[in-house]
Design a protein around this ligand. Structure first.
Ligand SMILES: C[S@@+](CC[C@H](N)C(=O)[O-])C[C@H]1O[C@@H](n2cnc3c(N)ncnc32)[C@H](O)[C@@H]1O
Length: 246
């Protein structure tokens, strides 16, 4: 999944999302050594932690997302190290105390082989006993094949207005949710620019993640249904996993 095309839209959509920041900041501040973020995107979480003095490296496959992350760090007067790479294949000459993968980053691993390869590679980059924490959304789907507007309207300083429409389809056997984004930007003179992006996510169930982690050499994880540590129950929207490398 290449986020290059999505990079310009990404910050408009998710810069305001803050639910997870304090969980990852707490984990980063408690780390007894360097922290690695998998799928660091435009640096939403990375910068938040770097600002708190956490020694963090962001790993991200999309060059365009890294560019935006570097711009963000520069704007904030921070130096953050970003490495272009894929969770399955990256190779760094460093063992980390803690690895984090915020905001569904692992949902871009589509098959059991890809997932296991990534988990084993993350394990190989952790010190023994090192901490690994990540979150995934609880599978819950809107009406498929229905064009929706979920309130995503962005007004830019140049007076243009952007509206995001989406339609989703669900491939149950593969556990894939594909979202087609139709993004309309109307300039002040009425000119309309229409863009289209496709995003596919592989959703997980709680116990398949538990088995995957154990198979890759991690302890049985702690699983919560919120970033504040509440239980995973029928109302939870996220699954937050925390484990250690054996
Ligand atoms: C939903 S974004 C999350 C970005 C960031 N962690 C945040 O919280 O804002 C998912 C990120 O995972 C990255 N990604 C996709 N496939 C990946 C892979 N195989 N390995 C590592 N990162 C990946 C994407 O490029 C994207 O930046």
């Amino acid at each position: 999944m290449n986020y290059d095309e999505l990079a310009d839209l990404y910050d408009h959509q998710y810069d305001v999302y803050r639910d997870d920041l304090h969980h990852y900041a707490r984990v980063g501040e408690q780390a007894r050594g360097p922290v690695l973020e998998i799928g660091s995107g435009t640096g939403r979480v990375t910068t938040f932690l770097a600002r708190r003095g956490v020694d963090i490296t962001g790993l991200e496959p999309s060059a365009r997302m890294i560019e935006r992350a570097q711009d963000r760090a520069q704007r904030d007067g921070l130096t953050v190290k970003y490495v272009q790479g894929d969770a399955r294949t990256f190779s760094l000459d460093q063992r980390f105390d803690t690895v984090i993968a915020p905001f569904n980053a692992l949902m871009h691993l589509y098959t059991p082989n890809e997932q296991l390869q990534a988990m084993e590679n993350i394990h190989a980059h952790l010190k023994t006993g090192g901490h690994f924490t990540f979150d995934l959304y609880v599978p819950r789907f809107g009406k498929p094949h229905t064009l929706r507007h979920e309130g995503e309207t962005f007004h830019a300083p140049d007076g243009s207005r952007t509206d995001v429409f989406l339609v989703q389809r669900h491939d149950k056997p593969r556990q894939h949710i594909t979202t087609e984004y139709h993004v309309d930007t109307a300039a002040p003179d009425g000119t309309l620019k229409r863009r289209h992006y496709t995003l596919t996510q592989r959703y997980y169930t709680r116990y398949e993640v538990e088995w995957l982690l154990r198979f890759a050499g991690f302890e049985s994880p702690r699983v919560t249904g919120s970033f504040q540590g509440g239980p995973l129950d029928a109302h939870s929207e996220v699954m937050v996993f925390s484990t250690r490398a054996v």
